[in-house]
Design a protein around this ligand. Structure first.
Ligand code: 5GP
Ligand code: ZN
Length: 112
């Protein structure tokens, strides 16, 4: 989608601080981190939200989820991490290109 911010990040038209990429997905630091570690994992292909996910996306969804524990450990999150997917306006979604938030560290709300 030409007017999608995250598609522009995938295309490199808007800079991002990438920590991982492969043929299916990219992972970059959130511009406004809500915790010590705050990454966004997104598919290269434009999918608006979880509402648009169907069987054809099973492979990419599983692939993305499987990368998260490794990425968290790479960021030093040995104790665990939080994954959030906001869906739709009512779910707090602002960017309508599916993304998984990966959060962790001392500033994580609810951290004890
Ligand atoms: P949502 O509320 O849609 O789940 O989350 C969108 C996230 O994208 C927010 O946490 C916001 O800080 C992040 N974000 C918005 N614009 C940019 C940008 O241009 N670059 C990066 N790296 N993150 C962004
Ligand atoms: Zn997009």
């Amino acid at each position: 989608m030409s007017d999608c911010l995250f598609c522009k990040i995938v295309a490199g038209e808007i800079p991002s601080d990438r920590v991982y990429e492969d043929d299916k997905m990219i992972v970059f630091k959130d511009i406004n981190p809500q915790a010590d570690v705050h990454l966004l994992a997104i598919p290269r292909a434009h999918i608006e939200s979880l509402n648009e996910v169907s069987e054809e996306h099973d492979e990419i969804m599983a692939h993305m989820i499987r990368q998260l524990p490794r990425l968290a450990k790479e960021q030093g999150l040995d104790d665990g991490f939080r994954t959030i997917i906001n869906t739709g306006k009512g779910g707090g979604q602002i960017i309508f290109h599916l993304h998984m938030h990966l959060l962790g560290g001392n500033k994580l709300p609810g951290f004890h």
